[in-house]
Design a protein around this ligand. Structure first.
Ligand code: MLT
Length: 213
C-alpha cells in the first residue's frame, strides 16, 4: 500500500472517487510533458508548487470534481509518484488515504496477504502524516492479521493512538503541513484529513491507476 497523505495519494483517491477513467503516474516532469496535447489532463507539483504549463497542481479537492468523470490524468509529484513506482515489486499495489481508509483496511483484511505500508515521506526522509496513517491501518487490522513486532509498526501505531483525537492539531508539527501552509494551501490539508468520503480503492498495475472492482 502506498501512502502520501499530503497530497499525492489523497489526490489519486479523490480523482478515482470522482470517476476519472485512469491516472498515469510518472516520475519526471519531462515524462509528463510528453503527454501534452493528446487529450490528457496534466497535473504536477514540485515542493508543493504547481508547475507552469500543467493543467492542474496537486490540490486534492480540485480532483474531487464530477467534471473529471471519464478523463485520464497524468500525474507527477515530488515523492508520491516515485513511491508508487517503487512499490511495483508487490503483486498488488493499493493506494491509500484517509478518504478511503475503512474500505482499504477491509480490503487488506480480505486479501489475507503480507502487507507493506510504503510511506512516501519527504525526499527520502520520515514524515509524520504518512506514518500516522500507516499506524491507523495497523490499529484497524491488528485484530484480524498478525501485525508483526517490527518497531516501525509499533512506533506508527503509537503515533496514531496518541494523535487520533486531534489529528490536525498534532500534524501542525509536520514539516509538510507547514510547507503547504506557507503556500496558502490549508484547504488541501483540511480536505486530506477527511475520513471515508469514498469506498473506492485505487490500484496500480504497473502502468496506470484505476479503481479496484
Ligand atoms: C509528494 O509527492 O510529496 C506530495 O504529493 C507533495 C505535495 O503534494 O505537496
Amino acid at each position: 500500500m502506498v501512502i502520501d497523505i499530503f497530497r499525492a495519494t489523497t489526490v489519486i483517491c479523490a480523482a478515482i472517487a470522482a470517476d476519472v477513467k485512469k491516472i498515469i503516474p510518472v516520475k519526471t516532469i519531462e515524462e509528463a510533458l510528453a503527454f501534452k496535447g493528446r487529450g490528457y489532463i496534466l497535473a504536477s507539483e514540485r515542493d508543493g508548487k504547481k508547475i507552469d504549463g500543467f493543467d492542474m497542481g496537486n490540490s486534492p479537492q480540485k480532483f474531487y470534481n464530477p467534471a473529471l468523470k471519464g478523463k485520464t490524468i497524468v500525474l507527477s509529484t515530488t515523492n508520491g509518484t516515485d513511491a508508487i513506482h517503487a512499490a511495483l515489486a508487490a503483486d498488488t499495489v493499493l493506494i491509500g488515504s484517509f478518504l478511503n481508509f475503512t474500505a482499504l483496511a477491509q480490503k487488506v483484511i480480505e486479501l489475507k496477504k503480507d502487507v507493506i505500508l510504503l510511506c512516501a515521506g519527504w525526499k527520502n526522509k520520515f514524515n509524520l502524516e504518512d506514518t500516522i496513517f500507516a499506524g491507523a491501518i495497523v490499529h484497524k487490522i491488528r485484530d484480524f492479521m498478525d501485525c508483526s513486532s517490527f518497531d516501525s509498526t509499533t512506533a506508527a501505531e503509537y503515533l496514531y493512538i496518541n494523535s487520533k483525537n486531534d489529528l490536525n492539531g498534532f500534524l501542525r508539527k509536520s514539516s509538510h503541513h507547514n510547507r503547504l501552509k506557507h503556500l496558502n494551501l490549508e484547504d488541501d490539508i483540511k480536505f486530506s484529513l477527511q475520513l471515508d468520503i469514498t469506498d473506492k480503492i485505487p490500484f496500480f498495475d504497473g502502468k496506470e491507476i484505476r479503481a479496484l472492482i
